[in-house]
Design a protein around this ligand. Structure first.
Ligand SMILES: [Zn+2]
Length: 254
């Protein structure tokens, strides 16, 4: 069983639009059973109502496998708060995805971040952040925000990418509410170091499926992780059990 905690639905602005059937076929070809899915074009258009609606409509075609997270730009202030509430309540989105580096805000702008973190607590949904590219997406910046909201479940979406994995480990170990998604993270030796440096229940796996044109990449990432010499319980946690727990879908993990 593999739950991919980091996928994107290309929506037709910057990236060629995929149908839901195409996306599901890619998941089948890659061995991905279900996954958390975000916008990608939304980060370039600022029209979050449109991108959240598109994501909602397409994931509604297969809700058992496609788990949508909404996106907003906190710089839009009250508009962003209202769109987050609409996405979580009316559309039933299961979490929130931010890309501070592309969206041009800092996770430490508390005046705009606090109301959204409070909404995530109210709806008991996780917030996943792109991380690994300063400025604005350094793991310790996100860790600091996590420390201000211990009840808010937060996730580093990339484990520091290539350059900031040590910082990602520090951020996760400092904050019990922070998990790390190993997606696009540095090659195997570093990947293994992260896995052995944090509690196993904080590990998630992701492929960035849907981002970029390399259709072989999700399959490659899945094959890579399946071949790694990890304890079975660690692998199970990373590949689906921890995801189900964060998403409150615990029954399916049995
Ligand atoms: Zn991504």
């Amino acid at each position: 069983m593999i739950v991919d905690f980091h996928m994107h639905l290309p929506g037709g602005h910057m990236f060629e639009r995929w149908t839901t059937a195409q996306f599901l076929k890619m998941m089948d070809d890659s061995g991905i059973d279900a996954g958390v899915i975000f916008t990608i074009d939304g980060f370039f258009t600022e029209n979050y109502v449109e991108s959240n609606n598109l994501l909602y409509n397409q994931t509604s075609e297969c809700p058992s496998r496609l788990i949508p997270f909404c996106s907003v730009n906190p710089r839009q202030g009250q508009l962003a708060v209202e769109e987050t509430r609409r996405s979580l309540s009316e559309l039933g989105m299961k979490g929130i995805k931010f890309h501070p580096w592309l969206q041009g805000f800092s996770p430490l702008q508390f005046n705009i971040m606090d109301p959204i973190c409070e909404l995530a607590i109210e709806f008991d949904v996780p917030i996943i952040f792109h991380d690994g590219t300063p400025p604005y997406s350094a793991p310790l910046q996100i860790g600091f925000l996590a420390s201000r909201f211990p009840q808010c479940k937060m996730i580093l979406g990339h484990g520091g990418l290539f350059d900031m994995w040590q910082e990602a480990v520090i951020a996760v170990n400092r904050n019990e509410n922070l998990s790390v998604c190993l997606c696009g993270t540095a090659p195997q030796a570093i990947f293994s170091k992260i896995v052995s440096s944090v509690e196993p229940d904080r590990l998630l796996f992701g492929t960035d499926a849907g981002f970029g044109k390399d259709n072989y990449m999700p399959r490659y990432r899945v094959d890579e992780v399946l071949k790694m010499p990890l304890k079975e319980s660690t692998k199970e946690g990373m590949l689906y059990k921890n995801a189900y727990r964060l998403l409150k879908m615990a029954d399916q993990a049995k």
